[in-house]
Design a binder for this molecule. Structure first.
Ligand code: ZN
Length: 154
C-alpha cells in the first residue's frame, strides 16, 4: 500500500529511517519491552533507563517498514532527557494526532512540541498504517510504566 503524504514530511521520515537515532542496545536499563505490529510485520525492542523522574536513556532495535522505524527514531529524540510526565503527555498528543484521520485539533503549542513527529500527520489518513507510526510510542509508554512500576496507568 502506498502512502501519499507531503514530500517535506516524507523526507523527514526517510531521513530518520536511514539514520535512526538512539538505535542500539542499552547496557544499563530498568525495563525492556518487545512490541510487534502483526498487520505490517513491524517489530521493536526497546529499553529504557529512568532516573529522578526523567528518561535518562533509551535504546531500541527493530525491523519493519520505514514509518515504524522512523517514528521510533523521532520518538526517541523527543523523550530522551525529558521528564516521564512530559514524555507520556507527548505520547498522548501523538496518539491523538494519529487517531485524527487527518483532522487533528491540536493547538499550535502542542503541534510545536511534537517537532518531527508532526511529519506523521498524513499517516493518520491511512488506518492500516497508524499502528506502524504508533509502535515505538506504545513501546516507550509500556517500558516507562514498567520501569516506574506504574502498571498501565498513564
Ligand atoms: Zn509498518
Amino acid at each position: 500500500m502506498s502512502v501519499n503524504i507531503d514530500s517535506m514530511y516524507q523526507q523527514i521520515i526517510l531521513d530518520h529511517y536511514k539514520h535512526p537515532n538512539h538505535r542500539g542496545e542499552l547496557a544499563d536499563f530498568d525495563a525492556e519491552v518487545h512490541h510487534v505490529n502483526p498487520t505490517c510485520g513491524d517489530e521493536v525492542t526497546l529499553r529504557v533507563r529512568v532516573a529522578d523522574g526523567e528518561i535518562a536513556d533509551l535504546g531500541w532495535t527493530g525491523e519493519g517498514c520505514s514509518i515504524s522505524q522512523a517514528s521510533t527514531s523521532v520518538m526517541s529524540d523527543l523523550v530522551v532527557g525529558s521528564s516521564v510526565t512530559d514524555a507520556l503527555q507527548l505520547q498522548e498528543k501523538f496518539l491523538q494526532l494519529m487517531q485524527s484521520q487527518g483532522h487533528n485539533d491540536l493547538t499550535e503549542d502542542e503541534t510545536e512540541a511534537l517537532e518531527d513527529a508532526i511529519a506523521f500527520e498524513g499517516v493518520s489518513k491511512y488506518p492500516a498504517r497508524v499502528k506502524c507510526a504508533l509502535l515505538g510510542w506504545m513501546a516507550m509508554k509500556s517500558a516507562v510504566a514498567s520501569a516506574t512500576g506504574a502498571g498501565d496507568k498513564p
